[in-house]
Design a protein around this ligand. Structure first.
Ligand code: GDP
Length: 363
């Protein structure tokens, strides 16, 4: 899963990105390792893995991870190709969701590109670039589809949807505000719009305010705006995240508590991303490794198997499944089996969060 960090200059993007990258660098242990300065990989925090690996005596523990892309280069006029505009928009097209960093902290020494702190104005500046880019694309496609409609009546649905989209975009609103039915949603996916991507607004507040961010006037404004878009808001202090990322594990916990926080902002952000994207994890465990795998809610067993390896999906016979809670309560696999809590499920079984799975397959 890929998340793209965007925002105006001087809002704290790099500070947050560096904190994320550091968090990732420490917890290495990845099956792959990307050495790209613009990509930071972090673990999805999951307390279940340690318990499961204790039960199985696993040698390795592999959490799910998500990738953050530092997408710099947004300036006004990006959609018209100004600055690195085209590259910026192309990079956003690649990600599953957008993390938009908004400056809410006051600091006279750090200039704001537009003079003062006003996150709603900043949202508009950024989102308008995405909206303009979408508008151009929708207009072109609408033009084409209308002409093709004469020979192919099946295109009526597409034309209707494009017209709806254009109306919203012309009002300066993001495509994600549209309330669409399932067919329309499916159709919309083909267009790969930017203003339709799931979005998390990160309110970067000052270190003094972070424990009580909801009382910050700017955070309130952002929350109100986000609610109308079905978007998420996470308040953090990028500065503090950077400080946390530099601490040893045991110091981390203490520092987070001392700041009046329940967990680090990076962890909160990861959890919010998971929920925004409708993701969950299934687990595999054995002597070699205990591992979490990310899937969308509603994924079938056969497709979940494909996450591990296409061969497992192709040769799928059955999935042997026990829920994490049952397994931990009974203490081991044999006890769970004796109690009849290990089920055999077929290809169409809908996976549940925390399913501990062993796939049987033909090679
Ligand atoms: P970017 O241009 O969006 O990547 O912004 P940077 O991460 O480079 O931050 C710009 C400046 O703001 C740097 O001097 C940071 O140290 C500072 N900064 C970032 N986050 C915070 C914060 O939460 N509080 C304060 N006071 N300064 C911050």
């Amino acid at each position: 899963m890929k998340l793209g960090i965007v925002g105006l200059p001087n809002v704290g993007k790099s500070t947050l990105f560096n904190a994320i990258t550091k968090a990732g660098a420490e917890s290495a242990n990845y099956p792959f390792c990307t050495i790209d300065p613009n990509i930071g990989i972090v673990n999805v925090p999951d307390e279940r893995l340690a318990k499961l690996s204790a039960i199985s005596g696993s040698k390795k523990l592999i959490p799910a991870n998500i990738e953050f892309y530092d997408i710099a280069g947004l300036v006004k006029g990006a959609s018209k190709g100004e600055g690195l505009g085209n590259k910026f928009l192309a990079n956003i097209r690649e990600v599953d969701a957008i993390v938009e960093v908004l400056r809410c902290f006051q600091d006279e020494n750090i200039v704001h590109v537009d003079g003062n702190i006003d996150p709603l104005r900043d949202i508009e500046t950024i989102n308008l670039e995405l909206i303009f880019s979408d508008m151009e694309m929708v207009e072109k496609r609408l033009d084409k589809s209308r002409r093709a409609l004469k020979g192919n009546k099946d295109l009526q649905e597409e034309v209707d949807l494009l017209e709806k989209l254009l109306t919203v975009l012309e009002e300066g609103k993001s495509a994600r505000v549209l309330d669409l039915n399932d067919d329309e949603k499916k159709l919309l996916k083909n267009f790969n719009l930017l203003s339709d991507k799931p979005i998390i607004y990160v309110a970067n507040v000052s270190e003094e305010e972070v424990a009580n961010a909801d009382s910050n006037e700017f955070v309130k404004q952002i929350k109100e705006f986000a609610a109308a878009e079905n978007a998420e808001v996470v308040a953090i202090s990028a500065q503090i995240e950077q400080e946390i990322s530099e601490l040893e594990d045991d110091e981390k916990k203490e520092f987070i508590e001392a700041m009046g926080l329940e967990e680090s902002g990076v962890n909160t952000l990861i959890k919010a991303s998971y929920s925004l994207l409708g993701l969950m994890s299934f687990l595999t465990t054995g002597e070699q490794e205990t591992r979490a795998w990310t899937i969308k809610k509603g994924t079938k067993a056969v497709d979940a198997a494909g996450k591990i390896h296409t061969d497992i999906s192709r040769g799928f016979i059955r999935a042997e499944i026990v829920s994490y809670d049952d397994l931990v309560e009974l203490g081991n696999m044999n006890a769970a089996r004796e109690k009849g809590l290990v089920r055999l499920e077929g290809k169409d079984y809908i996976m549940q969060d925390g399913d501990v799975v062993h796939f049987r397959f033909n090679v």
